[in-house]
Design a protein around this ligand. Structure first.
Ligand SMILES: Cc1cc2nc3c(=O)[nH]c(=O)nc-3n(C[C@H](O)[C@H](O)[C@H](O)COP(=O)(O)O)c2cc1C
Length: 415
């Protein structure tokens, strides 16, 4: 299993020879349909020796299922991971890790989702013909040349994020071994938001006790009211989440090529989450309204701490490289497209006007999107860590990182 070492060497050569970044060191592929038998994910590139706690993975899966504003489906599913490969006696082996998460609802969809040919009645029973504005229905129908939107939405559905969260839990386990942790919280739902100012890391420890995963009880009440109003109107509501990583080693990512810049890689990963329509790193959009002297984070020296930054508008990334501060990113989640007050649409067969189809759906998924954002950030950071350190085993990785950190202490002092 010299794969990681090879990749590390290759990535070193790439950075010196300006060869574009081709594939990540840590990669994962998900499979599965929303009402199929299961979701699955294969995670490849993790070193041997990472502790794998199934309870911790299930806890993240439960958090993804929760949040005020979720619909009936989440009451049916009790997501839990089955480990198929790559883990022995609670630790990764260095071989690909495969996870399975069964869809309990599949029991009710066996003929509709059967891989075997079925009578037309099975297709018609759950046929969706009137594409929902904002969902993948129309674009997917055009792409695959079908007017059976079930063929599109089953994979386009955000149920897929279950598999990402399971993969992300592995990445978090690796990051934990080097002292890095990730949290998320809800900043806005519709018109209700937290006030200005950064919510400190410590205040994010309790967000799970809030039904909307918000750090401020008063703001949470207003957010719940926004969801209730939207639900009463048969509508949906979006919002903003922040994801924060602390303890991430400095020096991950690179400015040598556009596709090595870690801010860009994080933005892509967060933007790939269903319904996420904007991403900002650190103070993000405020950068366009603020002058340089008040935006940039000054560099100070404190005898006991070494280099200190009094602010973190950069969100822990400068030049596409982690600078040792907390990584902070915002993701804007649009209101979900399935609405009881269905918008105007068209019957793709008859071309007659129709109200858009309605599937069982959530009202607000912003709290859940935060949990998915944690997973995606963890996967990108774990990849960048492995790119920096290489290592077929956790011990090798840690030894390399210790040496890097010692060199950094010479420059920047204890951090
Ligand atoms: C956790 C989560 C749950 C979601 N649940 C629903 C849902 O129940 N109904 C719905 O219409 N959209 C839901 N969405 C959003 C759609 O999956 C998404 O809007 C759709 O796939 C189109 O992709 P796009 O919005 O990125 O263009 C959810 C998104 C997330 C992150």
């Amino acid at each position: 299993m010299s794969h990681n070492r090879e990749r590390h060497r290759a990535s070193f050569l790439d950075s010196t020879q300006c060869v574009p970044h081709d594939a990540p060191v840590l990669r994962f592929l998900t499979a599965g349909e929303s009402h199929g038998p299961a979701l699955s994910v294969v995670v490849e590139g993790l070193p041997a020796g990472i502790p794998v706690d199934r309870e911790a993975i299930d806890a993240d899966l439960r958090r993804r299922q929760g949040g005020y504003g979720r619909g009936g489906r989440m009451r049916i599913e009790k997501d839990s991971v089955e480990v198929l490969s790559g883990v022995r006696h609670g630790r990764t082996l260095g071989s690909p890790v495969a996870f399975l998460i069964r869809n309990k609802d599949h029991e009710n969809w066996k003929d509709v989702m059967s891989p075997e040919p079925q009578p037309d009645s099975a297709r018609e029973r759950r046929r969706l013909r009137y594409p929902r504005p904002g969902h993948a229905d129309l674009a997917g129908a055009l792409k695959y040349g079908t007017d059976d939107l079930r063929n599109v939405l089953e994979r386009a559905s955000a149920r897929e994020t279950t598999a990402r969260v399971a993969a992300g839990a592995l990445a978090k386990a690796l990051l934990r071994e080097v002292g890095a942790e990730i949290r998320s919280h809800v900043v806005r739902i519709g018109g209700a938001s937290l006030g200005a100012g950064v919510i400190p890391w410590e205040a994010l420890a309790d967000v799970e006790s809030s039904p909307v995963r918000c750090a401020d009880a008063k703001a949470a009440e207003a957010m719940i009211a926004e969801i209730d109003h939207a639900k009463k109107d048969g509508d949906s509501v979006g919002g903003v989440v922040e994801v924060v990583a602390r303890g991430v080693p400095a020096g991950l990512g690179a400015f040598a090529q556009w596709d090595r810049r870690l801010d860009g890689r994080i933005a892509q990963a967060l933007m790939s989450i269903h319904a996420v329509k904007a991403v900002a790193i650190g103070a993000g959009f405020e950068a366009g309204e603020t002058r340089g002297a008040s935006f940039h984070d000054e560099i100070l020296w404190e005898p006991d701490r070494g280099i200190a930054r009094p602010t973190n508008h950069a969100g822990g990334l400068e030049g596409g490289i982690t600078n040792g501060e907390e990584i902070r990113a915002l993701a804007v989640v649009k209101p979900i497209p399935t609405l009881l007050v269905a918008l105007r649409s068209v019957d793709l067969r008859s071309k007659e006007p129709q109200k858009a189809s309605v599937e069982r759906s959530d009202t607000c998924v912003v709290p859940a999107a935060g949990v998915v954002a944690e997973a995606m950030l963890a996967l990108v950071l774990a990849d960048a860590l492995l790119e920096k350190t290489g290592g077929d085993s956790l011990a090798e990785l840690v030894a390399h990182l210790d040496a890097t950190r010692a060199r950094q202490r010479d420059l920047a002092g204890p951090r």
